[in-house]
Design a protein around this ligand. Structure first.
Ligand code: SF4
Ligand code: SF4
Ligand code: F3S
Length: 266
């Protein structure tokens, strides 16, 4: 007998939408299979056919019919300044939609650095007072899947785990699934032998860059960043930032946007 599909409500606050862009490119499992046969994506501003009042009704229906049984996925975050007016959805501040959708959710997934930590819109001095989801919703289990964006297969992997075992995966101290965020980029980086041998890139495009030496002196944050990029990699395992010649900017770590990863040396 076929299992009923778990309803998912996916809301969007202040964000760039590239968490969705990443998600739809998952190859294992295929994002299409997740959306069409594993979950029932009852509401998603960016991926649903319905629009306007019809879309809002779909969300209300799902909350009513599946109280306590649906998963809430959050991409982006709520800005709290000026009563939330910096992000309006369906004529209301996003923070209201978030509270409404969270109230009867079974669990919440915070996608990406925006929902998990705040990300660039929360960068100092954070004029809209954008805050991560857990600062607004404090009475629900929240699983954080950070990264800017997170790896597609990590996103679908988290969903698959939750559906298969009907529980949250084991989380680390920051609320991230340990199975994907248990190791530093540096632990499995293929340039690690160069680090250990003291062989470093000293300037962009220097001889050592062409030799593929370690990017630590160019600002690589791999030694302090927990994510699966050096093992799972991106685009069906083809590559990841360091492999394309740039250091890791620590996009799965809290506060990376304010910590000099973007060449800000003022
Ligand atoms: Fe975009 Fe990054 Fe926010 Fe995801 S975490 S919505 S990729 S800014
Ligand atoms: Fe570590 Fe970065 Fe060097 Fe890789 S490139 S070995 S992650 S410092
Ligand atoms: Fe982000 Fe670093 Fe991976 S910048 S994409 S965690 S290599």
């Amino acid at each position: 007998e076929e299992m009923p599909r778990t309803p998912v409500i996916w809301v969007h606050g202040l964000e760039c939408t590239c968490c969705s862009e990443s998600f739809i490119r998952s190859a294992h499992p295929l994002a299409g299979d997740v959306v069409l046969s594993m979950i029932s994506l009852d509401y998603d501003d960016t991926l649903m056919a319905a629009a306007g009042h019809q879309a809002e009704e779909a969300m209300r229906d799902t909350i009513e019919r599946y109280r306590g049984n649906y998963i809430l996925a959050v991409e982006g975050n709520p800005p709290l300044n000026e009563d939330g007016m910096y992000c309006i959805v369906g004529g209301k501040p996003f923070v209201d939609q978030l509270r409404e959708a969270a109230e009867h959710a079974k669990a919440i997934i915070s996608w990406g650095a925006c929902a998990s930590y705040g990300c660039v819109q929360a960068a100092h001095p954070n004029p809209t007072r954008a805050v991560p989801v857990h600062q607004v919703i404090t009475d629900k289990p929240i699983i954080r899947v950070p990264g800017c964006p997170p790896i597609a297969e990590v996103m679908t992997g988290v969903i698959t785990y939750m559906l298969t075992f009907d529980r949250l995966p084991e989380l680390d101290r920051q609320g991230r699934p340990a199975m994907f965020y248990g190791q530093r980029i540096h632990d499995k980086c293929y340039r690690r032998p160069h680090f250990d041998a003291g062989q470093f890139v000293e300037a962009w495009d220097d001889e050592n860059a062409r030799r593929g030496y370690c990017l630590y002196k160019m600002g690589c944050k791999g030694p302090t960043t927990y994510n699966a990029c050096s093992t799972v990699r991106w685009n069906e395992g083809v590559s990841f930032p360091i492999q394309s010649g740039h250091g890791c900017i620590g996009c799965s770590e809290d506060g990376f946007w304010d910590q000099g990863s973007f060449y800000d040396r003022v």
